[in-house]
Design a protein. Structure first.
Length: 595
């Protein structure tokens, strides 16, 4: 749990009373002073519409005293020879010196082809004022070209921005040894083969493998151990659903090149379909998700290079990804790269065809690449985005495909503040491994409380949280992972309105033990320390007289709460032992805008 600093305990006050105290103005306030400070024609369209394009604009309240409220009836529309307004942008509340985003839905006029570069004037009007802002860009949802410049105009769809929380799944041959040293150096267990081949990099894997399996047991011999005999896609998806997650990203192929999905044998035979279990685990999982859990979006992790693929040798970076063929690390003898099929080029003969299979046959919604390296991602991504558009599907890809991508992916780390470009933190429940590591003790895993607080923290800064589980080689998920996921899932489900579909507060994500999230008609306060007494919140909260303040989640969900504005501009939240005992992990309060 984080150390309280910005939340200052005060004297105990009464709880569960509605008390919104904001000084009234003695005279009518002047009209708010607003301007449009930024805007862009995006690649997104309103879900379920006939390609109603979304324009995103930033509204700034440049005044020092007057709030924008619902009564001001802000409307942002467009004036253009090319597009018409379908849905105006609106905003219910904006404090002085604050900014907020609005969305305007537009359609091309007759005769204007999708993707045509055009000029648009945004016109904002409200009680007492108007302002304009000119932009230029592609009108309508057009086609992408195979250039980085074109692809950089693509952005994450709204569903991804709304989803917030996904489950990563690292499962493969590395799940058989399931080992990564935790002392003196922590190691990713899914990097077992790479560590095995680096006896001088201070890893313990080289010695561990020799003592456990012997010097003649090669990595590919783990195919016989990777059975998946207890793999139950329905149980996996039920756990993900009960955990509160809104998307799933299974590893389809890691750096060892062993895939869990099907593709033509002319590409490779190195997969669970052609070898070992003879099962298409990815199809089973994604088909189950699509048919039985349609509200959970489906992604696919894909490693761009392979450590020891002979065809990758020409692209060696001189580091971890040198290509093959592999060798026995103890004897130096060259050994087979099991399932390898001779191809003319790794990128065009293996990488691109496998990615196309995931894109079109498995209908992935998230192409979650890793490593980058040699690629022709501009060709792959442009063709896929255009195909998805024609199907009416909004898809996305991350920053590890060798090009910029739609969003960034810090790993086992987060951002200290708000980052406007969309991002997603990925990490395991394990303290330093994505794949299952049997050495990790149960008390080393991320707890339910840590999951919840990490999720809230990330969401308050414009991020998503992709939390990884590492199943065992037989397809079972370790009990400690299930327990901690389900514990967090109960909280997440009970507090869903304050997480999913929210946006960050432009003024601050909060500090220490307080975080904030927003929706068009409400503001949420999340406390990471139990509010056993009155709590001082030293932020300019968007609270006005008449607003309703309530508790979100827990045993007192929906009950009135007391939030008072002090003369110095700070706020006091009335906590109590009863409120503290009614919830766990994080305590959430809602300001519902009433004026």
């Amino acid at each position: 749990m984080l150390t309280p600093q910005s939340l200052v305990p005060l004297a105990l006050v009464a709880s569960l009373s509605l008390a919104v105290s904001v000084p009234r103005a003695d005279a009518p306030a002047p009209a708010p002073q607003l301007e449009i400070s930024a805007a862009s024609l995006t690649s997104k369209w309103i879900e379920g519409s006939d390609f109603v394009q979304i324009i995103e604009a930033t509204i700034a309240n440049t005044g020092n005293t007057t709030w924008l409220t619902r009564a001001d009836d802000l409307q942002v529309t467009v004036s253009s020879d090319s597009v018409v307004t379908v849905s105006p942008g609106t905003l219910q509340r904006l404090q002085p010196t604050e900014t907020a985003a609005v969305r305007i839905g537009v359609k091309n006029k007759a005769g204007v082809n999708p993707g045509t570069t055009c000029d648009v004037t945004l016109e904002a009007s409200w009680a007492g004022g108007t302002t304009n802002f000119d932009i230029s860009g592609p009108c309508g949802i057009g086609k992408f070209t195979a250039t980085e410049g074109s692809l950089e105009t693509h952005s994450t769809p709204d569903w991804f921005d709304d989803a917030k929380y996904g489950i990563f799944i690292h499962w493969g041959l590395y799940s058989a040894p399931a080992y990564g040293s935790i002392t003196p150096n922590e190691e990713y267990s899914e990097w077992y083969w790479q560590h095995l081949n680096n006896p001088d990099d201070a890893t313990q894997t080289f010695q561990y493998h020799k003592e456990t399996y012997g010097t003649n047991f090669n990595y590919d011999d783990f195919v016989a151990n990777f059975t998946g005999k207890k793999f139950d896609p329905k149980a996996w998806m039920q756990l993900i659903s009960d955990a509160g997650a809104k998307y799933v990203v299974p590893v389809t192929k890691h750096h060892d090149g062993f895939a869990l999905f099907n593709f033509p044998e002319s590409i490779s035979k190195r997969s669970s379909v052609h070898m070992g279990p003879k099962r298409d685990f990815i199809k089973e999982l994604l088909d189950t998700a699509k048919s039985q859990f349609p509200d959970i979006h489906r992604g696919t992790y894909f490693s761009m290079p392979e450590w020891y693929n002979p065809a990758y040798a020409r692209y060696s970076d001189g580091g971890s990804f040198q290509g093959g063929p592999p060798v026995n690390p103890y004897t130096g003898e060259e050994i087979p790269y099991t399932g390898y099929v001779e191809v003319g080029d790794f990128v065009t003969g293996i990488q691109r065809p496998q990615m196309d299979v995931l894109a079109y046959e498995y209908e992935t919604e998230i192409m979650w690449c890793d490593i980058g390296g040699a690629n022709n991602s501009t060709l792959m991504a442009s063709a896929w985005l255009n195909w998805a558009r024609d199907k009416g599907r909004q898809v996305t890809f991350n920053s590890r495909c060798g090009i910029r991508g739609d969003y960034d992916t810090p790993e086992y780390s987060s951002n200290s503040g708000i980052v406007e470009r969309k991002w997603e933190t990925c990490r395991g429940l394990d303290p330093f491994s994505f794949g299952y590591n049997y050495v990790t003790p149960d008390d080393g895993y991320l707890t339910s409380e840590e999951i919840v607080q990490t999720l809230v923290d990330i969401v308050s800064k414009n991020g998503n949280f992709l939390l990884d589980i590492g199943p065992k080689n037989d397809g079972t998920i370790p009990q400690i992972m299930e327990t901690n996921l389900l514990g967090a899932g109960k909280w997440i489900t009970a507090h869903a309105e304050s997480i999913f579909g929210t946006r960050y507060w432009t003024r601050s994500p909060g500090t220490d033990n307080v975080r904030f999230t927003t929706t068009p008609d409400a503001f949420y306060i999340h406390l990471f320390a139990a509010p056993t007494g009155a709590v001082a919140i030293n932020f300019p909260l968007p609270l006005r007289e008449g607003d309703k303040v309530t508790i979100v989640g827990g045993k007192l969900a929906g009950k009135d709460a007391s939030l008072t504005k002090n003369s110095d501009g700070t706020f006091t939240l009335a906590g109590s032992t009863a409120i503290a005992a009614a919830d766990q992990f994080a305590w959430t309060f809602k300001i519902a805008y009433e004026s």
